[in-house]
Design a protein around this ligand. Structure first.
Ligand SMILES: NC(=O)C1=CN([C@@H]2O[C@H](COP(=O)(O)OP(=O)(O)OC[C@H]3O[C@@H](n4cnc5c(N)ncnc54)[C@H](OP(=O)(O)O)[C@@H]3O)[C@@H](O)[C@H]2O)[C@@H](O)CC1
Ligand SMILES: [K+]
Length: 478
């Protein structure tokens, strides 16, 4: 499990580990880890050209100390000071190591590596204009850009990017991951994230994480494995109420998602046309209502009265349910309904649920996912380049297994089926949503050939490809 801690927790860790002690041992430890990563990226420091962007706080201090270490290993290091009060110990160390400090941005033009020490966890608001100008200059060069702790301009606690920000190739962060490195849009500015250990005293003071991200082993441990005694009922029967005469594909894909994610059985109910198509594509699905352990409702349902009647009937029995797409639009006007719910909105649907602006949801994803979870007393899975899963009790997980290629028609229908299968298999809504997002994202990567999730290496996927990839993802987990 990857865990991110908020700014308050990190400050507590700093205090417990002796921040501010004479000689700044904690900062030296951070700077040492930063310098080590930079040296690896430079593939030999001797004769290389390094530029430091230095703000007024501890973040600039880290950059200056790391610059000193690189200068001692033969790099030509120039610090560009954005303040007349730079970290005194760091500046003295840089000068003693032969580095230089100034304000002529021309040094950026032939830099091999730029270290962004403008601002870290003490940042407020977007980058100021002078800083934004330097960052744009640095990003226009061929230099590798390494952010110190967080990319400057990213809110460490939330991932919000209220203005200009650094887009780093690598972020070296200290002591703990920060939520802003896992939640978009901040996560998209961080590049590859490296964590420098600040020691056991720091770790012990951190407390509970604010944001978690499941890894493969966590998902494997959560998934219910069939045993010799499991029959289809114990593996979970999922009811799917999706699709309409206008939107038939949603029914086929949601049923497929549930089946391929391991449901013991799927019962499909819907109008004649989608029913005929479900029968043809999935002869193993049972048509008609009956006993189930969880529901999937909403994809392609339509938002007319007929859809509302179906939604109310499904949620009326109080069983766990995944509500997606048209189901969310219908739910937006409804009093709280039914049993434990997982809502799976994209940003536009979340905006509708909250009566908010889509652009605001996209800019402040963590806040809006948490607000929707509280407002609907439901687990909310907010889809996006990094999916945010929020529980009404405040817990948050993010999922980063996806690929930009997953943003394709029908992909969400498959996801709703996958989460439904996990709910039906007995996972609680928070685990079902976060493990479902992981499986769906991993299937997307496998299907597209996009191994690192950047979208650069992969190719297009269609929703059907996800259905083929899901069993392989589960097999690899086992
Ligand atoms: N604690 C420790 O021992 C350890 C801390 N460590 C390191 O210290 C960092 C935290 O240091 P910190 O608290 O000094 O804050 P930090 O982020 O450097 O800058 C705050 C200053 O920046 C400015 N500023 C604010 N917003 C801005 C903006 N939008 N655009 C431009 N400038 C802006 C503002 O100053 P102003 O210019 O207003 O005077 C503010 O005072 C942490 O992230 C880690 O890197 C590690 O060494 C491990 C040990
Ligand atoms: K920074």
């Amino acid at each position: 499990m990857r865990q991110a801690h908020g700014v308050g927790a990190v400050r507590a860790g700093d205090a417990a580990a002796g921040a501010g002690l004479p000689g700044d041992p904690l900062m030296l430890r951070a700077a040492h880890g930063l310098a080590r990563t930079c040296a690896l990226l430079l593939d030999g420091t001797y004769g290389s050209r390094v530029v430091l962007l230095v703000g007024s706080g501890g973040n600039g201090g880290d950059a200056l100390h790391a610059g000193a270490a690189l200068a001692l290993r033969g790099a030509r290091v120039d610090a560009l000071l954005l303040t007349d009060r730079p970290h005194a110990g760091g500046l003295a160390a840089l000068r003693a190591a032969g580095g230089r400090a100034g304000s002529d941005a021309a040094v950026l033009d032939d830099a091999d590596l730029v270290i962004d020490g403008i601002v870290g966890i003490g940042g407020r608001g977007g980058l100021r204009e002078d800083a934004a100008r330097l960052v744009a200059h640095a990003e226009a060069t061929a230099a590798t850009l390494v952010a110190v702790d967080v990319p400057s301009g990213v809110d460490a606690g939330t991932g919000e990017v209220p203005g200009a920000a650094v887009h780093a190739d690598v972020t070296v962060t200290f002591g703990a991951l920060k939520p802003g490195l896992l939640v978009d849009p901040g996560a998209g500015c961080a590049g590859v994230v490296e964590l420098v250990d600040l020691g056991p005293a720091f770790d012990a003071a951190l407390g509970a994480p604010e944001v978690e991200a499941l890894e493969a082993a966590d998902v494997a441990a959560l998934l219910p494995a069939p045993t010799a005694e499991s029959d289809k009922y114990r593996r979970g029967v999922v009811g799917v109420a999706a699709g309409s005469d206008a939107y038939t594909g949603a029914a086929v894909l949601a049923v497929g998602g549930a089946l391929r994610a391991g449901a013991g059985m799927v019962r499909y109910s819907g109008p004649d046309l989608p029913t005929a198509l479900v029968r043809r594509r999935w002869p193993e699905a049972v048509v008609g209502e009956g006993r189930v352990q969880a529901h999937v409702v909403g994809p392609g349902l339509g938002t007319d009265d007929a859809g509302l009647v179906r939604l109310r009937r499904v949620l009326g029995d109080g069983l766990p349910a995944v509500v997606d797409a048209d189901g969310l639009t219908l739910l937006a006007g409804e009093p709280p309904l039914g049993g434990p719910l997982v809502l799976t909105p994209h940003a536009g649907e979340a905006a509708r649920l909250l009566g908010a602006d889509r652009a605001d949801v996209e800019a402040r994803r963590l806040e809006h996912a948490q607000r929707a979870a509280r407002a609907y007393d439901a687990v909310v899975l907010l889809k996006g380049s990094t999916t945010v899963v929020a529980a009404p009790d405040g817990r948050v997980r993010v999922n980063a297994t996806g690929t930009p290629w997953l943003a394709t028609a029908g992909s969400g229908d498959v996801l709703s089926g996958v989460v439904g299968a996990l709910l039906g298999g007995g996972l609680d809504p928070f685990d079902a949503a976060s493990a479902g997002a992981w499986l769906h994202g991993a299937a997307g990567r496998l299907a597209s050939g996009d191994e690192d999730g950047t979208g650069l290496a992969g190719g297009p996927v269609v929703a059907e490809d996800l259905l083929d990839a899901l069993p392989r993802v589960r097999r690899d987990l086992a």
